[in-house]
Design a protein around this ligand. Structure first.
Ligand code: GLC
Length: 428
């Protein structure tokens, strides 16, 4: 069976009737940005499911426009995931959905990008319009609640909101939480029973204490209105690059759907105009996150250093300079954390491994610059990783690691969905 057929099989296997789970056992519910990437795969295979995937995701939208990072559909039936629907207790917010229980944090806002792709492939415009309005409501929630001052840059309040759960960029932020407080947190994890070699490939128990501490702090604040005393407030380039790209999609699409896009345009302008000031370091020639609490950049080498390529934010010369930081002979593009950075681990989740969604977004960006050689190389090496190892969640970033280089969830949905888009993209 070829790679495309196998990708279809993975998606079919993870389809739960109205949405697609990211991976059996490990992630048995609907995840926010996963659904976006997964919908892109469905678009090439069973397009109706792309619409249903997004409609089911937005069925969990809160009354204030917020869109949670996990929707716990049929939560009584699945007990392999922690923290559970009960632990999150979304009812702590007066705005929570009455329809489906959820987490109380969000994830990178990819949805506008997906809606534009659905429109371009001529799916039902009436259904897209409804999703469009829901997505605009979500963006309005973001700008009203998560924008830092008048910068139009979104602050992340929990590492899980970034999608890059245990990246080294959070290490110093977590180290500010007193150990005495963390030691009081009790929990029993389930993820470690769902994957092989979890000691090397999943976050540590000490990391989970920080994650749960923040979760409970946010719950106490009804998942909104974090005050200046809240310890985790970071502006991060990946999240904000995706916001920019999605806003542009919403503006283009809105014009076709006869919507007034002036607010979206003003917001986008605000975000774009502050991006370099907060993230760009001319001295290092890299982008970095900005810690709002300390009012300084987080100087760590990770994938966010290059990621603004996705939204064509750097000019061509700057892009060429960015790419020179990566040793293409030694490394698979693009490690989630750069080897040599403190805390780098080649097998551990977001602390080094390559992720297919990140490669896919950077690939899209490289093609806009017409950097075809490096874009093709990225595409081929990404497909090769999956071909050799299987549809894993993440992969070893060293080229010389040729066996057992796939880790985490097996038959991972966005890996399959984006393999489909990588393969189909140039042909359609
Ligand atoms: C992990 C990833 C996150 C993803 C989720 C479900 O938590 O870090 O980005 O959304 O799994 O696949």
């Amino acid at each position: 069976m070829n790679l495309l057929q196998k990708s279809f099989e993975v998606l079919d296997k993870n389809w739960f009737g109205k949405y697609t789970i990211p991976a059996n056992g490990l992630y048995p519910f609907q995840w926010n940005w996963d659904s976006g990437f997964i919908a892109l795969g469905w678009l090439h295979y069973k397009p109706e499911r792309a619409l249903v995937e997004m409609e089911t995701l937005f069925s969990g939208q809160w009354k204030n426009g917020f869109l949670p990072h996990i929707l716990f559909h049929d939560y009584q039936k699945h007990s392999t995931y922690f923290p559970s629907a009960d632990y999150w207790d979304s009812s702590a917010s007066p705005f929570a959905s009455d329809v489906v229980r959820s987490s109380g944090i969000t994830q990178p806002p990819v949805h506008g990008i997906i809606l534009e792709a659905m429109y371009n492939r001529r799916l039902d415009v009436g259904r897209i319009e409804k999703l469009y309005d829901q997505t605009v409501d979500y963006h309005q929630w973001l700008y009203a609640n998560k924008a830092y001052k008048d910068t139009g840059l979104m602050a992340i309040w929990h590492n899980w909101e970034s999608g890059m759960d245990n990246s080294v960029i959070w290490d110093d932020v977590f180290s500010r939480i007193p150990q005495k407080i963390l030691d009081r947190i009790e929990f029993s994890r389930k993820d470690v029973n769902q994957v092989e070699n979890s000691a090397e490939t999943r976050p540590k128990n000490s990391d989970y204490k920080g994650y749960l501490y923040l979760l409970n702090e946010l719950k106490d604040r009804q998942f909104q209105n974090v005050g200046s005393d809240y310890p985790f407030q970071v502006l991060e380039p990946v999240f904000n690059t995706i916001l920019i790209q999605a806003s542009r999609s919403l503006i283009r699409l809105g014009k076709k759907l006869n919507r007034d896009v002036s607010t979206l345009e003003q917001q986008l302008q605000m975000t774009e105009s502050h991006f370099d000031h907060y993230f760009w370091s001319a001295g290092d020639h890299l982008y970095y996150p900005f810690d709002v609490v300390l009012q300084e950049k987080i100087y760590k080498k990770y994938i966010g250093n290059y990621f603004p390529i996705y939204a064509s934010l750097p000019d061509l010369d700057r892009v060429k300079g960015l790419l020179r930081h990566i040793d293409l002979d030694l490394l698979q593009m693009f490690p989630s954390v750069t080897p040599g950075e403190i805390g780098f681990e080649p097998k551990n989740y977001w602390r080094g491994p390559v992720w297919i969604n990140m490669n896919w977004m950077i690939w899209k960006g490289l093609k806009i610059y017409k950097l075809n050689k490096v874009a093709d190389r990225l595409k081929e090496s990404t497909l090769d990783l999956v071909q050799r190892n299987g549809f894993y969640e993440y992969f070893n970033p060293f080229k010389n690691e040729t066996s057992n280089a796939g880790y985490g969830g097996a038959d991972f949905s966005w890996t399959a969905a984006l393999v489909i888009d990588f393969i189909k993209d140039d042909k359609e």
